[in-house]
Structure formats: C-alpha cells, structure tokens
Design a binder for this molecule. Structure first.
Ligand SMILES: NC(=O)C1=CN([C@@H]2O[C@H](COP(=O)(O)OP(=O)(O)OC[C@H]3O[C@@H](n4cnc5c(N)ncnc54)[C@H](O)[C@@H]3O)[C@@H](O)[C@H]2O)[C@@H](O)CC1
Ligand SMILES: Nc1ncnc2c1ncn2[C@@H]1O[C@H](COP(=O)(O)OP(=O)(O)O)[C@@H](O)[C@H]1O
Ligand SMILES: [K+]
Length: 504
C-alpha cells in the first residue's frame, strides 16, 4: 500500500472529482459517511455529549457533514466553528447551509480571543479543525484552544489527521492529541513515527473510493507493508524440493553469558524454512547448542568465550552476524574481515552493528544488499543523531542508497530502507515484543529467508512482517506482559500458515 504526501492526496481528490466524475461536495459526503460509520462503531453509546469542533476548510466541511449525520443517528451534539476565515471553503459553506436548515442544532462560533468554550471531561470531541491543508504551525489563541481541548479529559476522535499535525514533515506548533484518528484512504507518513504517537493515538485508515487508477499510477517512495504485498512475496514449497533447495546459512553468534541470543536466532532461522544451519560460536557454547538445537550444526571457535575467527564461507548462501557476540577486540578483528570477505548479502545485527559503527570505513565494504537491523540507538551510533524522525528517515534513506544496503530501523513501525531510495513501513507487531531477544529472532528469520534465495529486498519485507505477525498472534494467546521472545518463534509457523491461507 502506498503512502502519499498531502499534495498527492489533494491530487488524488481532484483526479477523482474530475474522472469518476463526482462533485466535490458528494466526495465530501462520502468521506463523512465513512467517518460517521467508523465513529458509531467506536462510540456506540448515544447518551454521551459529542462536541464537534470545525475549522473553515474542507476538514471543517467534513465535520459539519458528520455532525448532520450523527444528529440523524440520534447522538447529542454541540458544534463549534473556529472562525479562521469569515468565508470558508465552498464545500464548508454548502455543508453549513445544510446544517442550518436542520434548525435544531445550535451552531456556535469561536473567534480569536473569545473565552475558551466549556468542555466536559465526559464528552467526546470530534476534531475537524484542520486537515491536510495545514500550511503553518498553530500558535497563539488557537494553540491555547488546542491545549484546552487536550486537557479537558474528553475522548478525542480526529477526522483525517489530528489538527495542527503536518502529514509529511516535523510538526512544530500545537496539535490536537487524539485518542483515535480515522484517516481517509491511505496512511500518512507522520503517523508512523513515535514522536507523533501522542497526536494520532490509535489510528486507522478507510477507503473513501479515491480513483484506483490514480492510486495505481502515482509515484511514491514510501509504502505501508500490507498482507497483499507480503502474500505476493511468499513462496510455497514444491513436491520435489529438497533441503539443498533451501540453502545453507552460517550464523555467527554468542559469547560467554550470551549463548541464549545464538539459540534464539538459530531457532528462528530454522523455523523460517532454511535447508541447513551452521552456528559458529565460542567453545563454551558447544554443548549448550548441540543439546538445545539438534537441527543445527556447530562450528566451534578456538576461543573459549568469544568469537575470534570464522569458518570458510564457500559453502554458505548467507551469513547472519551479531546476536550476543560482544564487542571485544578479538571479536572485532574477526568480524571486520569477515564482512569484507563475504560476497553475498549478509545480515548484521546487535554487536555486529556496534563494531561497524566504530569502524565506519567498513560501511563501503559491506556486500551489496546486505541487511543491517539497528534499533534507534544502534542507528544513532552508526549514522549519528538527528533532530526528529523525519530527518532520521531521510538519513536512513541516504545511507541505504549510498552504501547499496538495506537498513531495517526497528520500532513499532519498523522501516526498511532499500538502496533504490524506497522505504517500507511495517504494519505488524506490538509492544509485547519490546522484550530481550526479539531482535535476535528477527536476525534469524532474515538469515533463514536470505539462505532460501529470497532477494534481500523480499527477505527484509517478508521477514519483518512475519516477525510482527508472529508477535501479534502470540499476544492474543499470552497477553503482552507475558510474551517473551522465544514465543515469537513458536508462533512463526502460525504466521506462515496465515500467509498460505491468503495464497490459496
Ligand atoms: N474534495 C476534497 O478535497 C476532499 C477533502 N477532504 C477533507 O479536506 C481536508 C483538506 O481540506 P483543506 O485543503 O481545505 O484543508 P484544511 O481543512 O486543513 O483547511 C485549510 C485552511 O486552513 C488555513 N490554515 C492552514 N493552516 C492554518 C493555521 N495554522 N492557522 C490558521 N489557518 C490555517 C488554510 O489557509 C486553508 O484556508 C482533508 O484533510 C479531508 O478532511 C475530504 O472531505 C475528502 C474529499
Ligand atoms: N512497541 C513495539 N511495537 C512493535 N514491535 C516492537 C515494539 N517494540 C519492539 N518491537 C520489535 O521487537 C524487536 C526488538 O528488537 P531489539 O530492540 O533489537 O531487541 P533485542 O536487542 O532485545 O533483541 C524489533 O523487531 C522491533 O521492531
Ligand atoms: K482534523
């Protein structure tokens, strides 16, 4: 699924109006019906007061239409128009006329420096003040109104985007802090960054029937990973496939006290379908690994506690490096030349990344299409600090393109930056996965998929999605507090199964 900019969304609206064709007031009516249906599912109780705050643009127009529809569905309503302009957009004016003709809804107007309106904590606010047409940060009186709404204790539902939030750039002014947001057609980039979580709350998107041919053609470099995309990447096994078909991976993992990371990664790699797995680990890990993962072979380092060498790479289709290896001098001296001598895409995680961040001259030596999986702190160590998530996203994109690598920045919406400048944001996963070892499991899955000859791009998208999906399935059975990273491996099979269901 594509992510469009505010300008592209305006273009999609205009194209739909012209080519469907549909009068713009009717498209607004369609969008408002979609919002109203969603709102009634979210807030089915009709006795709570619903206070609709409208601006004077088309987002405000939506708010007026929604108020009319909720009135027809017997909700108790109050309505305030924030008078930024005495005229308002054409569709705003038309909807104001339609609302006035009902006569029994009181329409209040708020002008700059008016006393702030009374707002009860038990009310539900519908925020239709600004939409994607916001063109400057909100400040002064209107910022105080936003603060008043945010602090009222009322539940807030935003139409399209929380007012004051920019869709495609960092937001500096005041914004509404919604509990829930329904956005039209496609997700907005700003929703995917943690700094905006307190603005968008729990968000969802629904189609308002924008022209499919426009959405198909429009060019973007941001995508939201959905099931359809992933089901298209996933390959089924054929009758005569054998273990040689599915590749042989080397996993370089573990050190004294961190053999668990190697186990988690190895089990995840095996559960993601590779043919053969060899784990290269320090001597202290030998018996632990042989007993706990009989399916894997073990290559033993000469060092008792740390990795200090690596086996010949000829027989491997890929290498996963990093879980639990530490950053000791000996390990560094083994890992850096390993990176340099690999000729196929590898996966680099955890201390493998920390070692790389202290040796930036090795960035350029990474095999093309290698997958790096930093969490935000590791990303900062690798590429430096940024002011906000939009800047960080640009840096991530630039670095992926510069070094010809895939950077998987982990988080609630893990972002996969490809060498071609495109970013794919994940839609699966949950806070139950914020537990030690979840990243090791991801490394294992990615290594397993790469060994099976998935392209690095497909492996990254499929692996990140499956990892989150396994987490979503696990949390339904276990609740987020009780989820541990080993559970992700247990649910990987169910995650694969659900993709099978989509393919058949
Ligand atoms: N036909 C369409 O174009 C459709 C539009 N829709 C709605 O329309 C919205 C976009 O409408 P608009 O483009 O009118 O944008 P807005 O409703 O966000 O309003 C923009 C207006 O507010 C002013 N403004 C912007 N920032 C301001 C600030 N900080 N302080 C004071 N005034 C400010 C602008 O000058 C402009 O006049 C979408 O978010 C969506 O809710 C939907 O009804 C779907 C169809
Ligand atoms: N709130 C969250 N929502 C969705 N996924 C999450 C969340 N928190 C963590 N995750 C996922 O869990 C994994 C954690 O990885 P990482 O930080 O490397 O953990 P560790 O080093 O403990 O293995 C990442 O894939 C991340 O996307
Ligand atoms: K809004």
């Amino acid at each position: 699924m594509k992510i469009l900019t505010a300008q592209q969304t305006r273009d999609a609206d205009a194209y739909t109006i012209q080519h469907e064709p549909i009068p713009s007031i009717d498209l607004m009516e369609r969008a408002s019906t979609v919002f109203t249906d969603w709102f009634c599912e979210q807030f089915p109780m009709r006795h709570q007061m619903v206070h609709v705050f409208c601006g004077t643009g088309n987002n405000g127009g939506d708010g007026l239409a929604v108020a009319r529809m909720l009135h027809a569905r017997k909700y108790d309503l109050q309505l305030s128009i924030c008078r930024f302009s005495e005229t308002g957009s054409e569709d705003f004016r038309e909807n104001l006329e339609r609302l006035r003709s009902l006569r029994d809804i009181e329409i209040r107007e708020i002008r700059e420096d008016d006393p702030l309106p009374a707002l009860e904590g038990t009310a539900i606010v519908i925020d239709a003040i600004f939409g994607s047409g916001l063109n400057r940060p909100v400040s002064g009186y209107w910022a105080r109104l936003f603060e008043h709404i945010n602090e009222s204790g009322a539940a807030i539902a935003s139409i399209d985007i929380p007012s004051g939030l920019f869709a495609d750039e960092a937001s500096k002014g005041a914004y509404i802090q919604a509990d829930r947001t329904l956005t039209f057609e496609l997700p907005k980039l700003a929703f995917l960054f943690p700094e905006n979580q307190n603005a968008v709350g729990n968000w969802t998107h629904r189609s308002i029937g924008l022209a499919p041919d426009f959405l198909e053609k429009v060019e973007t470099d941001n995508y939201y990973i959905d099931r359809e995309m992933v089901a298209g990447l996933f390959r089924k096994r054929e009758k005569f496939d054998h273990k040689g078909t599915f590749g042989h991976a080397l996993l370089v993992a573990g050190s004294y006290g961190k053999v668990g990371a190697a186990i988690l990664s190895a089990r995840a790699a095996l559960r993601s379908g590779l043919g053969l797995l060899t784990i290269h680990a320090p001597r202290c890990a030998y018996e632990i690994l042989q007993i706990s993962i009989p399916e894997a072979m073990v290559s033993i380092d000469r060092h008792r506690h740390y990795i200090s060498e690596w086996p010949q790479l000829d027989s491997y289709d890929t290498v996963g490096i990093g879980p639990g290896i530490g950053q000791g001098q000996m390990t560094k001296e083994a890992i850096l030349p390993l990176i340099e001598s690999a000729e196929m895409p590898i996966v680099l995680d955890a201390d493998g990344l920390n070692i790389l961040s202290k040796n930036p001259d090795y960035f350029g030596k990474l095999p093309a299409n290698s997958i790096l999986t930093p969490h935000p702190k590791e990303f900062e160590r690798l590429f430096g600090p940024t002011e906000n998530n939009f800047e960080r996203n640009q840096l991530q994109r630039d670095m992926a393109a510069r070094y010809g690598i895939i950077i998987v920045l982990k988080g609630a919406h893990t972002c996969i930056a490809l060498p071609d400048g495109n970013c794919y944001f994940n839609s699966t996963g949950n806070p139950g996965m914020a537990t030690g070892g979840s990243g090791d499991v991801l490394t294992g899955i990615l290594t397993g998929l790469l060994a099976q000859q998935y392209s690095a791009q497909s492996a990254a998208i499929l692996g990140v999605y499956l990892h989150g999906l396994a987490g979503d399935m696990a949390v339904k059975k276990l609740e987020s507090h009780a989820l541990v990273s080993g559970d992700l491996i247990k649910f990987l099979g169910k995650a694969f199964l659900s993709l099978h269901a989509d393919r058949t």
